[in-house]
Design a protein around this ligand. Structure first.
Ligand SMILES: [Zn+2]
Length: 483
């Protein structure tokens, strides 16, 4: 049994903040009591503490090594993906632990981790490392098991692109394409990895995106999800080029209709980005109960555009918030990411975004997309004890007189204000620092390993540049949308 006191608390994202002293008792991973207490009962720390449900990062890749740190500059998505091959070969545990530790310290208690393999033939070993990191750090990790194998280099036929590449670039590109072919059946891969599940590690089916997954595999994933209840997470219509490919392949607005016909659209599905949805897509996804992860910083950094949030909201499409490992300041600040969404969508040429919807996205809908509906994302008796304590002292330091806290919170809070985090009733962050791992030591070890392993020489950098230019030329000549 642990007792936590605070000066204010968010009982439910859909309700106003309760600005009253509160004591929350937790036991066995659940909240067992919530009682108001008089302000004089609070000590100095408690008197400046806000208690709220833990945050959810609804879409990420666990980038322990940030992409810029190994020279993959921000670019349009399709060219940028080529540069990710610069990722040095390092211990996958260090990668995951560094990423998850930083997430916990920004208040994230649940995370959708789309796993990007360093070596596709070692997916199981990498998943073991990710599972261990989730346990050590102590946050809910939904591990989206990757399935790909379609359009591996570019959308559309790569023949012209390959034919125009000089050797050895062409052979290397061909080897990359071959390495991405599906090596195990969907049930086999899921069954083997299911042995790794525990209280902090949950598997999801992870078709990477419709343009990257063969149709029979997409249909098989939809079928397995319907039969087993297993959740599914997938990128969807992130870039204009993907939309153009989808229109050429399935007809105008046809991709989302196709996904519906194979049974993939359901409340078990969450999709990331959805920047290029049209109104009828939004309506169909909403009708099927799908959740969209909005990843604004990533969309800006990768020149993808801005998601049609007003259209999504008008359709009743549920949304959550994700960092995609590409936060605005490259610092994995989930609270600032939420502010970015709020500022961009609160009334400038579109309807105001109520605080309740923002907080629901941050605390509840994202969480449900990760762990399912476990009555979480609220501070009420019986709810899971996944809680975040914010130290308000910096935020309110210049407050003159008494007025509501929420405007200050929304406008100022950052990861630097995170005080403590509990997940499954376990305290995983204290005074802003991760308890389960020594995060600075993990980050140091990861950097040292990455620098020792850095395999990029000038010739390799030039080869990546040439391939990026060839990819760009493929899209500029409409190689992705020729019928
Ligand atoms: Zn992503």
């Amino acid at each position: 049994m642990e007792s936590i006191r605070a000066a204010a608390y968010l009982a439910d994202p859909s309700q106003p903040l309760v600005e009253s002293g509160v004591e929350v008792r937790i036991d066995g991973g659940r909240i067992c009591a919530v009682e108001l207490v008089p302000p004089e009962a609070l000590d100095g720390v408690e008197a400046t503490r806000l208690l709220m449900p833990a945050l959810a990062n609804a879409h990420d890749h666990g980038r322990g090594l940030r992409t810029l740190s190994y020279g993959a500059e921000d670019h349009r998505l399709e060219e940028w993906l080529i540069a990710l091959s610069r990722h040095p070969s390092v211990d996958p545990y260090l990668v995951a632990a560094a990423a998850f530790g930083r997430m916990a310290e920004t208040g994230v208690g649940a995370l959708n981790h789309c796993h990007v393999t360093q070596d596709p033939s070692r997916l199981f070993e990498e998943a073991v490392a990710v599972s261990r990191a989730a346990q050590d750090v102590g946050l809910h990790v939904a591990f989206a098991v990757p399935f790909g194998g379609r359009n591996p280099l570019v959308y559309g036929d790569p023949a012209d692109l390959l034919a125009n590449l000089p050797e050895p670039d062409r052979s290397i590109a061909r080897d990359q394409i071959d390495s991405l072919r599906l090596s195990a059946s969907v049930p086999d891969r899921m069954e083997r990895l299911a042995a790794l599940e525990h209280d902090y590690f949950h598997l999801q089916l992870g078709p990477i995106a419709p343009q990257w997954v063969p149709e029979p595999v997409l249909a098989e994933i939809a079928d397995i999800s319907a039969r087993t209840g297993r959740r599914v997470h997938m990128h969807l219509l992130e870039t204009s080029r993907q939309r153009e490919w989808a229109t050429a392949t399935y007809g105008k607005g046809g991709l989302v209709g196709y996904l519906d016909r194979i049974g993939l659209l359901s409340p078990r599905l969450s999709v990331a980005h959805a920047v290029w949805l049209d109104p009828s897509d939004c309506a169909l996804l909403a009708e099927r109960g799908v959740t969209v992860s909005i990843n604004l910083s990533s969309n800006m950094r990768l020149r993808s555009g801005a998601p049609p949030l007003a259209t999504m909201r008008a359709a009743g499409l549920r949304f959550a918030i994700g960092l995609d490992g590409m936060s605005f300041d490259d610092d994995e600040d989930m609270l600032r990411e939420a502010r970015l969404l709020w500022r961009l969508h609160d009334g400038v040429g579109q309807p105001p975004l109520p605080t309740s919807e923002l907080l629901d996205a941050l605390c509840r809908s994202g969480r449900e997309a990760i762990v399912g509906d476990t009555a979480g994302g609220r501070i009420v008796t019986g709810a899971p004890a996944d809680l975040l304590a914010i130290d308000l002292s910096r935020i309110v330091h210049d407050q003159v007189g008494a007025f509501p806290l929420m405007p200050l919170f929304l406008s100022r809070v950052t990861r630097s204000d995170v005080d403590a985090l509990w997940v499954n009733g376990r305290r995983t962050v204290e005074r802003g620092r991760c308890l389960g791992i020594d995060l600075p030591a993990i980050e140091d070890a990861l950097l040292a390993e990455a620098r020792a392993a850095a395999r990029i020489d000038d010739a390799a950098v030039e080869r990546i540049d040439r391939l990026q230019q060839a990819v760009q030329a493929h899209y500029e000549s409409h190689g992705h949308c020729e019928c």
